[in-house]
Ligand binder design. Structure first.
Ligand code: FDP
Length: 283
């Protein structure tokens, strides 16, 4: 695993340079979810792929920006799914963006995720590594990733990051979100899931939601590249990660680009979601 983390660190330094100097314009291409790819998405993807392709313990990789799984070494132990530059449309307005990595064994599924990493490109570059037990944060300082702290969620927080648009929320979801605001929660939503989830983790707690909506019944966020890595991180930080009804890591994956509704938060908020969503379970 150490060589995978080192490859991610090296790729991160290159992507940092790319964000600072690269073209933020659109490419001619769309990814498999139908998003128009930015030139930065494509360039970051190539950087990461080139690093992972050198690793003998990696069996295969799959990127959110690519249609298919890329085989690396058939005797390798690990499978890696990654989103090279999540929230890349925020680069041109100079908001934070991030990379997300899910490291799996045997097959790409929530049950088989063994570690996760995300990187926040903000005023500072921070890398958060979850080995399936603890969550550790490192900061890039003078070209080196220095350990800063372990991350632990409190039982209850005070931030709320609600994804999608109210026009498409189901009524019970709207009632729930309103309830959080009536209880004094503060709105914190930049539109980049990496910095939004990072903020909740570092400020001790709250709730990030991207629910099932009238336009996207299965949510927007991709299981392998975005949801499962953060689910592992939140659970290991002492919080919860659910699809509204069950543990996110139990959600079945039938296709590498599957999406799922998702809720990440501290325990108090996750219990509230379970309570509100319980009567709306599809039997
Ligand atoms: P983006 O489309 O800009 O890449 O990954 C998808 C994502 O960003 C997340 O980073 C973000 O949380 C979400 O979409 C924002 O979607 P909404 O604007 O629908 O809330």
């Amino acid at each position: 695993m150490e060589n995978i983390i080192k490859a991610i660190q090296e790729a991160t330094i290159e992507i940092r340079h790319l964000i600072e100097t690269g073209d933020t314009g659109k490419s001619e291409n769309q990814n498999s979810t139908g998003d128009t790819q930015l030139k930065l998405d494509i360039a970051s993807d190539i950087i990461i792929e080139n690093h992972f392709k050198k690793l003998s313990n990696v069996k295969a990789i799959v990127s959110e920006e690519q249609e298919h799984i890329v085989p690396v070494n058939e005797n390798g132990e690990f499978l890696i799914a990654y989103d090279p530059l999540d929230g890349s449309s925020l680069v041109d307005v100079n908001l934070s963006v991030g990379s997300i990595y899910g490291i799996y064994k045997n097959e790409f599924s929530g049950k088989n995720i063994v570690a996760s990493v995300y990187v926040v490109f903000g005023p500072r570059v921070e890398l958060v590594y979850c080995d399936g037990k603890t969550v550790k944060m490192y900061r890039l300082q003078d070209g080196v990733f220095n350990y800063i702290q372990d991350i632990k969620l409190k039982e209850k927080g005070n931030l709320k990051a609600p994804g999608s648009t109210q026009q498409c929320w189901h009524d019970h979801h709207k009632v729930m979100v309103d309830g959080f605001f009536e209880d004094g929660y503060r709105l914190r939503y930049s539109g980049g899931m990496v910095p939004d989830l990072h903020q909740i983790l570092l400020k001790g707690g709250g709730l990030f939601s991207y629910p099932s909506t009238s336009d996207l019944p299965k949510g927007k966020l991709r299981q392998l590249f975005e949801v499962f890595p953060f689910a592992l991180t939140y659970k290991c930080a002492g919080g919860g990660a659910i699809d509204g009804h069950q543990d996110l890591l139990l959600v079945e994956t039938t296709h590498i680009h599957d999406t799922t509704p998702c809720f990440f938060g501290s325990n108090n908020e996750i219990n509230k979601v379970l309570e509100v969503y319980e009567p709306h379970a599809t039997k």
